[in-house]
Design a protein around this ligand. Sequence first.
Ligand code: ATP
Ligand code: MG
Length: 247
Amino acid sequence: MLTAMDVQAGSHGEPNTRGPESDSPAVLLEGVTKVFRSRDREVRVLDGVNVEVRRGASVGILGHSGAGKSTLLSIIAGIERPTAGVVQTGGVDLLRARPSQLPKFRFQHVGFVFQQYHLIPTLNALENVMMPCVPWKVDYDPRQRATELLGLVRLADRADHLPSQLSGGEQQRVCIARALINRPTLLLADEPTGNLDEESEQEVMGLIRDLADQFGMTLLFVTHSRELAGSFQRVVRLKSGVVVEEP
Ligand SMILES: Nc1ncnc2c1ncn2[C@@H]1O[C@H](COP(=O)(O)OP(=O)(O)OP(=O)(O)O)[C@@H](O)[C@H]1O
Ligand SMILES: [Mg+2]
């Protein structure tokens, strides 16, 4: 098991001695700025984001299209690197971590539910759920765990279906199961209900919330719906490059 200390060991092997992993917040962002630069222009998407999320909390994230919500989740997951600021996820200082260790860090700590599913079309539901385990040595049977997870998202009878043989809501439930295969402590859901009808939206949303409770995960849930966001413990809005609390 990769620990916070392993990940934080600097280039000289010196561990970062910030507090123990379990005492730290699930997410801590300080002054996070992200500027995308292309040849002739600069897009300042995040401009000094400060936010702290305690372990086990659930947070709805609002913001207009282009506000930087997906960019923010990618930074928290260590997929995208900010231009400036401090990013700690699960007590790990991601900007001081060795880039080569970030994929393993993500596998061990972070589950990501993407809006566009990103399922592999030639693999069936069960194989898609097992997919994140492929590069790693794990101490459980991925097939057995994937089968259990498909049961939890009520798709036990669709295990051998290809994505093209599943509805949008069913594909999104496969994505949820895939995000949970390694029991992450942090679940990042990026508009997971954006493409669903109202009934499937409620179902997928309820499922994510129940599973986050059941597994004791911290949940960050991006949505365009004020109503959906309002059902989480805390609501924040990404506006003009910063995060503001909603009442
Ligand atoms: N790799 C990139 N290069 C240049 N600009 C980018 C890049 N990725 C994102 N952007 C820009 O950053 C801004 C924020 O994008 P982001 O995808 O984070 O928005 P969002 O809030 O998730 O929007 P939506 O609600 O539509 O999903 C957009 O204006 C986008 O064009
Ligand atoms: Mg987005």
